[in-house]
Design a protein around this ligand. Structure first.
Ligand code: SF4
Ligand code: SF4
Length: 375
Protein backbone atom coordinates (compact mmCIF):
# COMPACT_ATOMS: atom_id res chain seq x y z
CA UNK A 1 0.00 0.00 0.00
CA UNK A 2 1.41 3.40 -0.92
CA UNK A 3 1.22 6.64 0.95
CA UNK A 4 2.40 10.14 0.22
CA UNK A 5 5.59 11.19 1.99
CA UNK A 6 4.39 12.48 5.34
CA UNK A 7 7.61 13.73 6.88
CA UNK A 8 8.37 17.44 6.74
CA UNK A 9 12.05 16.47 6.84
CA UNK A 10 13.75 15.89 3.50
CA UNK A 11 14.37 12.18 3.02
CA UNK A 12 17.91 11.22 1.98
CA UNK A 13 18.97 7.94 0.36
CA UNK A 14 19.17 4.57 2.18
CA UNK A 15 22.94 4.80 2.65
CA UNK A 16 23.12 1.43 4.42
CA UNK A 17 21.60 -1.62 2.86
CA UNK A 18 21.32 -4.83 4.86
CA UNK A 19 20.58 -8.08 3.04
CA UNK A 20 19.39 -10.79 5.40
CA UNK A 21 20.00 -13.42 2.77
CA UNK A 22 18.39 -16.26 4.70
CA UNK A 23 16.98 -17.06 8.13
CA UNK A 24 18.54 -20.53 7.91
CA UNK A 25 21.36 -20.94 10.41
CA UNK A 26 23.04 -24.01 11.88
CA UNK A 27 23.47 -22.18 15.20
CA UNK A 28 20.73 -21.76 17.78
CA UNK A 29 21.80 -18.69 19.75
CA UNK A 30 19.66 -17.79 22.74
CA UNK A 31 20.01 -14.06 21.93
CA UNK A 32 19.33 -14.31 18.20
CA UNK A 33 17.88 -11.15 16.64
CA UNK A 34 15.96 -13.00 13.92
CA UNK A 35 12.17 -12.92 14.29
CA UNK A 36 10.63 -15.49 16.64
CA UNK A 37 8.49 -16.75 13.74
CA UNK A 38 11.42 -17.09 11.32
CA UNK A 39 10.30 -20.66 10.50
CA UNK A 40 7.26 -19.25 8.69
CA UNK A 41 9.44 -17.30 6.28
CA UNK A 42 10.15 -19.34 3.18
CA UNK A 43 10.53 -18.52 -0.45
CA UNK A 44 13.91 -16.77 -0.28
CA UNK A 45 14.77 -14.31 -3.01
CA UNK A 46 16.69 -15.76 -5.90
CA UNK A 47 20.18 -14.59 -6.80
CA UNK A 48 18.76 -12.55 -9.69
CA UNK A 49 16.29 -10.85 -7.35
CA UNK A 50 19.04 -9.91 -4.86
CA UNK A 51 21.15 -8.53 -7.70
CA UNK A 52 18.26 -6.42 -8.99
CA UNK A 53 17.68 -4.92 -5.52
CA UNK A 54 21.41 -4.23 -5.26
CA UNK A 55 21.33 -2.23 -8.49
CA UNK A 56 18.15 -0.36 -7.61
CA UNK A 57 19.46 0.65 -4.18
CA UNK A 58 22.80 1.74 -5.62
CA UNK A 59 20.97 3.96 -8.10
CA UNK A 60 19.18 5.53 -5.11
CA UNK A 61 22.51 6.24 -3.38
CA UNK A 62 23.19 3.21 -1.16
CA UNK A 63 26.92 2.87 -0.47
CA UNK A 64 27.33 0.24 2.21
CA UNK A 65 26.11 -3.34 2.05
CA UNK A 66 25.84 -5.79 4.94
CA UNK A 67 25.41 -9.47 4.08
CA UNK A 68 23.91 -11.28 7.04
CA UNK A 69 21.21 -13.77 7.97
CA UNK A 70 20.70 -16.28 9.59
CA UNK A 71 24.02 -17.53 8.38
CA UNK A 72 24.54 -15.97 4.93
CA UNK A 73 27.09 -18.64 3.96
CA UNK A 74 24.43 -21.37 3.84
CA UNK A 75 23.62 -19.83 0.44
CA UNK A 76 26.04 -20.57 -2.35
CA UNK A 77 25.56 -17.21 -4.10
CA UNK A 78 27.23 -14.93 -1.51
CA UNK A 79 30.28 -14.71 -3.80
CA UNK A 80 28.14 -13.65 -6.77
CA UNK A 81 26.29 -11.01 -4.74
CA UNK A 82 29.54 -9.69 -3.25
CA UNK A 83 31.10 -9.51 -6.72
CA UNK A 84 28.22 -7.46 -8.13
CA UNK A 85 28.23 -5.23 -5.06
CA UNK A 86 31.93 -4.57 -5.55
CA UNK A 87 31.43 -3.84 -9.25
CA UNK A 88 28.69 -1.34 -8.37
CA UNK A 89 30.94 0.42 -5.87
CA UNK A 90 29.50 -0.73 -2.53
CA UNK A 91 31.62 -1.21 0.57
CA UNK A 92 30.69 -4.76 1.56
CA UNK A 93 30.68 -6.44 4.95
CA UNK A 94 30.00 -10.14 5.56
CA UNK A 95 28.56 -10.88 9.01
CA UNK A 96 29.10 -14.54 9.75
CA UNK A 97 29.34 -17.21 12.44
CA UNK A 98 32.03 -18.82 10.27
CA UNK A 99 29.91 -21.92 9.58
CA UNK A 100 30.04 -22.51 5.83
CA UNK A 101 33.36 -20.72 5.37
CA UNK A 102 36.28 -22.58 3.85
CA UNK A 103 39.70 -21.53 2.60
CA UNK A 104 38.40 -21.82 -0.97
CA UNK A 105 35.32 -19.68 -0.38
CA UNK A 106 37.38 -17.10 1.41
CA UNK A 107 39.87 -16.91 -1.45
CA UNK A 108 37.00 -16.40 -3.86
CA UNK A 109 35.36 -13.73 -1.67
CA UNK A 110 38.66 -11.88 -1.54
CA UNK A 111 39.07 -12.19 -5.31
CA UNK A 112 35.63 -10.70 -6.02
CA UNK A 113 36.28 -7.73 -3.77
CA UNK A 114 34.54 -8.39 -0.43
CA UNK A 115 35.87 -5.60 1.82
CA UNK A 116 35.24 -6.73 5.37
CA UNK A 117 34.32 -9.78 7.44
CA UNK A 118 32.89 -9.79 10.93
CA UNK A 119 33.24 -13.11 12.74
CA UNK A 120 31.10 -13.83 15.78
CA UNK A 121 32.04 -15.77 18.89
CA UNK A 122 29.71 -16.60 21.76
CA UNK A 123 32.36 -16.87 24.47
CA UNK A 124 36.05 -17.56 25.08
CA UNK A 125 35.76 -21.24 25.90
CA UNK A 126 34.64 -24.13 23.76
CA UNK A 127 32.15 -25.26 26.43
CA UNK A 128 30.33 -21.94 26.74
CA UNK A 129 30.52 -21.03 23.06
CA UNK A 130 29.05 -24.38 22.11
CA UNK A 131 26.43 -24.27 24.87
CA UNK A 132 25.15 -20.79 23.96
CA UNK A 133 24.88 -21.61 20.26
CA UNK A 134 23.88 -25.23 20.89
CA UNK A 135 26.43 -26.35 18.29
CA UNK A 136 30.03 -27.49 18.28
CA UNK A 137 31.47 -24.51 16.44
CA UNK A 138 34.23 -23.09 18.63
CA UNK A 139 37.17 -24.85 16.97
CA UNK A 140 35.81 -24.06 13.52
CA UNK A 141 35.51 -20.37 14.39
CA UNK A 142 39.13 -20.32 15.52
CA UNK A 143 40.19 -21.85 12.21
CA UNK A 144 38.10 -19.27 10.34
CA UNK A 145 39.84 -16.50 12.26
CA UNK A 146 43.23 -17.81 11.01
CA UNK A 147 42.02 -18.03 7.41
CA UNK A 148 40.52 -14.52 7.52
CA UNK A 149 43.77 -13.11 8.85
CA UNK A 150 45.87 -14.98 6.29
CA UNK A 151 43.82 -13.41 3.48
CA UNK A 152 44.86 -9.98 4.72
CA UNK A 153 41.46 -8.91 6.00
CA UNK A 154 41.28 -6.77 9.12
CA UNK A 155 40.28 -9.21 11.85
CA UNK A 156 36.92 -8.09 13.26
CA UNK A 157 35.57 -10.18 16.12
CA UNK A 158 32.12 -9.72 17.56
CA UNK A 159 30.88 -11.19 20.81
CA UNK A 160 27.40 -10.61 22.18
CA UNK A 161 27.65 -9.98 25.92
CA UNK A 162 25.07 -10.95 28.54
CA UNK A 163 24.66 -12.29 32.06
CA UNK A 164 26.00 -15.74 31.17
CA UNK A 165 29.30 -14.59 29.67
CA UNK A 166 29.92 -11.05 30.97
CA UNK A 167 32.09 -12.37 33.82
CA UNK A 168 34.41 -13.91 31.19
CA UNK A 169 35.14 -10.56 29.55
CA UNK A 170 38.80 -10.69 30.49
CA UNK A 171 39.32 -14.05 28.75
CA UNK A 172 37.14 -13.02 25.78
CA UNK A 173 39.37 -9.98 25.19
CA UNK A 174 42.48 -12.10 25.75
CA UNK A 175 41.21 -14.58 23.13
CA UNK A 176 40.70 -11.75 20.63
CA UNK A 177 44.22 -10.45 21.30
CA UNK A 178 45.72 -13.92 20.77
CA UNK A 179 43.85 -14.22 17.49
CA UNK A 180 45.39 -10.96 16.35
CA UNK A 181 42.03 -9.14 16.13
CA UNK A 182 42.20 -5.56 14.89
CA UNK A 183 38.72 -4.75 16.18
CA UNK A 184 36.69 -6.34 18.93
CA UNK A 185 33.03 -5.47 19.28
CA UNK A 186 31.59 -6.37 22.67
CA UNK A 187 27.93 -5.86 21.96
CA UNK A 188 25.77 -6.03 25.04
CA UNK A 189 22.57 -7.87 24.20
CA UNK A 190 19.66 -5.79 22.95
CA UNK A 191 16.43 -7.30 24.18
CA UNK A 192 14.41 -8.09 21.07
CA UNK A 193 13.23 -11.35 19.57
CA UNK A 194 14.95 -14.39 21.18
CA UNK A 195 16.90 -12.23 23.61
CA UNK A 196 13.63 -10.70 24.82
CA UNK A 197 12.19 -14.20 25.38
CA UNK A 198 15.32 -15.11 27.37
CA UNK A 199 15.77 -11.76 29.09
CA UNK A 200 15.56 -13.12 32.63
CA UNK A 201 18.58 -15.30 31.87
CA UNK A 202 20.52 -12.70 29.92
CA UNK A 203 20.19 -9.30 31.59
CA UNK A 204 23.36 -8.73 33.66
CA UNK A 205 23.39 -7.15 37.09
CA UNK A 206 24.72 -3.63 37.59
CA UNK A 207 27.70 -5.05 39.49
CA UNK A 208 28.55 -7.39 36.61
CA UNK A 209 28.27 -4.53 34.15
CA UNK A 210 30.47 -2.18 36.17
CA UNK A 211 33.14 -4.83 36.59
CA UNK A 212 33.04 -5.59 32.88
CA UNK A 213 33.43 -1.92 32.01
CA UNK A 214 36.51 -1.65 34.23
CA UNK A 215 38.01 -4.76 32.65
CA UNK A 216 37.32 -3.41 29.18
CA UNK A 217 38.81 0.01 29.99
CA UNK A 218 42.00 -1.59 31.33
CA UNK A 219 42.38 -3.67 28.17
CA UNK A 220 41.59 -0.64 25.98
CA UNK A 221 44.45 1.24 27.61
CA UNK A 222 46.80 -1.74 27.24
CA UNK A 223 45.91 -2.32 23.58
CA UNK A 224 46.01 1.34 22.51
CA UNK A 225 47.15 1.53 18.90
CA UNK A 226 47.02 -2.28 18.50
CA UNK A 227 43.39 -3.35 18.81
CA UNK A 228 40.25 -1.22 18.96
CA UNK A 229 37.65 -2.31 21.50
CA UNK A 230 34.04 -1.21 21.11
CA UNK A 231 31.77 -1.72 24.10
CA UNK A 232 28.09 -1.22 23.44
CA UNK A 233 26.34 -0.56 26.76
CA UNK A 234 22.95 -2.29 27.26
CA UNK A 235 20.40 0.45 26.88
CA UNK A 236 18.31 -0.81 29.84
CA UNK A 237 21.03 0.73 32.02
CA UNK A 238 20.81 4.11 30.30
CA UNK A 239 18.43 6.96 31.08
CA UNK A 240 17.87 7.78 27.42
CA UNK A 241 17.19 5.45 24.51
CA UNK A 242 19.47 4.94 21.54
CA UNK A 243 18.81 6.68 18.25
CA UNK A 244 17.62 3.46 16.74
CA UNK A 245 18.95 2.76 13.22
CA UNK A 246 19.89 6.44 13.11
CA UNK A 247 16.18 7.30 12.88
CA UNK A 248 13.43 5.28 11.19
CA UNK A 249 13.59 5.50 7.42
CA UNK A 250 16.57 7.88 7.40
CA UNK A 251 19.55 5.66 6.63
CA UNK A 252 18.93 1.90 6.70
CA UNK A 253 16.90 -0.42 4.50
CA UNK A 254 16.86 -4.08 5.52
CA UNK A 255 15.70 -6.70 3.06
CA UNK A 256 14.46 -9.91 4.72
CA UNK A 257 15.02 -13.30 3.04
CA UNK A 258 11.56 -13.30 1.43
CA UNK A 259 12.02 -9.78 0.03
CA UNK A 260 10.13 -7.90 2.75
CA UNK A 261 11.67 -4.43 3.04
CA UNK A 262 12.06 -3.18 6.61
CA UNK A 263 13.31 0.05 8.21
CA UNK A 264 15.15 -2.14 10.74
CA UNK A 265 15.74 -5.87 11.02
CA UNK A 266 13.22 -6.40 13.85
CA UNK A 267 10.46 -4.10 12.56
CA UNK A 268 8.32 -6.88 11.12
CA UNK A 269 7.05 -7.60 14.66
CA UNK A 270 5.19 -4.26 14.70
CA UNK A 271 1.44 -4.72 14.28
CA UNK A 272 -0.74 -2.72 11.91
CA UNK A 273 2.02 -2.06 9.39
CA UNK A 274 2.03 -3.47 5.91
CA UNK A 275 5.64 -3.85 4.83
CA UNK A 276 6.41 -3.63 1.13
CA UNK A 277 8.16 -6.40 -0.77
CA UNK A 278 10.90 -5.99 -3.37
CA UNK A 279 9.14 -8.60 -5.51
CA UNK A 280 6.21 -6.23 -5.95
CA UNK A 281 7.75 -2.75 -5.79
CA UNK A 282 11.01 -1.10 -6.75
CA UNK A 283 13.36 0.24 -4.07
CA UNK A 284 12.63 3.86 -4.99
CA UNK A 285 8.92 3.47 -4.41
CA UNK A 286 9.52 1.46 -1.24
CA UNK A 287 11.93 3.97 0.25
CA UNK A 288 10.11 7.19 -0.57
CA UNK A 289 6.46 6.22 -0.91
CA UNK A 290 5.60 3.19 1.20
CA UNK A 291 3.42 3.65 4.24
CA UNK A 292 5.77 1.55 6.41
CA UNK A 293 8.94 3.59 5.69
CA UNK A 294 7.03 6.85 6.26
CA UNK A 295 5.20 5.76 9.40
CA UNK A 296 7.77 6.95 11.96
CA UNK A 297 9.77 9.42 9.90
CA UNK A 298 10.27 12.88 11.37
CA UNK A 299 8.30 13.90 14.47
CA UNK A 300 4.65 14.16 13.36
CA UNK A 301 3.78 10.67 14.66
CA UNK A 302 5.04 11.32 18.19
CA UNK A 303 2.92 11.33 21.31
CA UNK A 304 3.80 13.04 24.59
CA UNK A 305 6.29 13.16 26.23
CA UNK A 306 8.32 12.91 22.98
CA UNK A 307 6.18 15.32 20.92
CA UNK A 308 7.25 18.37 22.92
CA UNK A 309 10.59 17.06 24.20
CA UNK A 310 13.66 19.19 23.54
CA UNK A 311 15.76 16.03 23.11
CA UNK A 312 13.67 14.50 20.34
CA UNK A 313 16.20 15.44 17.64
CA UNK A 314 18.83 13.40 19.52
CA UNK A 315 17.02 10.06 19.75
CA UNK A 316 13.79 10.30 17.70
CA UNK A 317 11.95 8.85 20.72
CA UNK A 318 14.11 5.69 20.74
CA UNK A 319 13.32 2.31 19.30
CA UNK A 320 9.84 1.54 17.93
CA UNK A 321 10.23 -2.20 18.52
CA UNK A 322 11.24 -1.65 22.14
CA UNK A 323 8.26 0.71 22.59
CA UNK A 324 5.99 -2.02 21.25
CA UNK A 325 7.56 -4.83 23.30
CA UNK A 326 7.62 -2.93 26.60
CA UNK A 327 4.78 -0.39 26.33
CA UNK A 328 2.61 -2.32 23.83
CA UNK A 329 2.41 0.83 21.73
CA UNK A 330 4.80 1.30 18.82
CA UNK A 331 4.23 5.09 18.85
CA UNK A 332 5.05 5.49 22.56
CA UNK A 333 8.32 6.85 23.96
CA UNK A 334 10.88 4.05 24.27
CA UNK A 335 10.45 2.91 27.93
CA UNK A 336 14.22 3.01 28.40
CA UNK A 337 13.75 6.79 28.65
CA UNK A 338 13.32 7.98 32.24
CA UNK A 339 10.65 10.42 30.99
CA UNK A 340 8.51 7.59 29.59
CA UNK A 341 5.34 6.80 31.59
CA UNK A 342 6.29 3.11 31.14
CA UNK A 343 9.86 3.47 32.38
CA UNK A 344 8.86 1.42 35.45
CA UNK A 345 8.83 -1.71 33.22
CA UNK A 346 12.58 -1.30 32.65
CA UNK A 347 13.18 -0.44 36.31
CA UNK A 348 11.38 -3.64 37.37
CA UNK A 349 13.43 -5.76 34.93
CA UNK A 350 16.62 -4.19 36.33
CA UNK A 351 15.56 -4.84 39.93
CA UNK A 352 15.01 -8.48 39.03
CA UNK A 353 18.45 -8.63 37.42
CA UNK A 354 20.17 -7.55 40.66
CA UNK A 355 19.02 -10.73 42.45
CA UNK A 356 21.24 -13.78 42.30
CA UNK A 357 18.82 -16.38 40.96
CA UNK A 358 18.23 -19.08 38.42
CA UNK A 359 15.07 -18.29 36.44
CA UNK A 360 12.39 -20.96 36.58
CA UNK A 361 11.72 -20.98 32.85
CA UNK A 362 14.42 -22.75 30.81
CA UNK A 363 16.48 -20.97 28.17
CA UNK A 364 14.77 -21.06 24.79
CA UNK A 365 17.14 -21.84 21.94
CA UNK A 366 16.54 -20.35 18.52
CA UNK A 367 15.56 -23.50 16.73
CA UNK A 368 12.97 -24.25 14.11
CA UNK A 369 10.62 -26.27 16.33
CA UNK A 370 10.63 -23.49 18.97
CA UNK A 371 9.90 -20.94 16.25
CA UNK A 372 6.96 -23.00 15.00
CA UNK A 373 5.64 -23.55 18.50
CA UNK A 374 5.89 -19.88 19.47
CA UNK A 375 4.61 -18.38 16.22
S1 SF4 B 1 22.53 -14.91 16.28
FE1 SF4 B 1 23.23 -17.06 16.21
S2 SF4 B 1 21.41 -18.24 15.58
FE2 SF4 B 1 20.98 -16.07 15.11
S3 SF4 B 1 21.59 -15.83 12.99
FE3 SF4 B 1 23.38 -15.26 14.23
S4 SF4 B 1 24.60 -17.12 14.43
FE4 SF4 B 1 22.56 -17.73 13.71
S1 SF4 C 1 10.82 11.82 25.97
FE1 SF4 C 1 11.05 10.88 23.97
S2 SF4 C 1 12.26 12.34 22.75
FE2 SF4 C 1 12.46 12.92 24.92
S3 SF4 C 1 14.36 11.95 25.60
FE3 SF4 C 1 12.65 10.54 26.08
S4 SF4 C 1 12.46 9.18 24.30
FE4 SF4 C 1 13.74 10.93 23.67
Amino acid sequence: MNAAVTSSHPVGPPLWLLFELTYRCPLQCVFCYNPIDFAKVENELTTEEWLRVLREARALGSVQLGLSGGEPLVRDDVEEIAAEAHRLGYYTNLITSGVGLSRERLTELKRVGLDHIQLSFQDSTREMNDFLSHTKTFELKKRCADWIKSQGYPMVVNCVIHRLNIDHLDTIIDMAVRMGADYLELANTQYYSWAHLNREHLLPSREQLQKAEQTMLAWRERMKGKMKIFFVVPDYYEQRPKKCVNGWGTTLATIAPDGTALPCHTARMLPGLSFPNVREQGMKEIWFQSEAFNKFRGFGWMKEPCASCEEREKDFGGCRCQAYLLAHDSAAADPVCSKSPQHHVVVTALEEAQRPRVPEAPLIFRRRENSTRLS
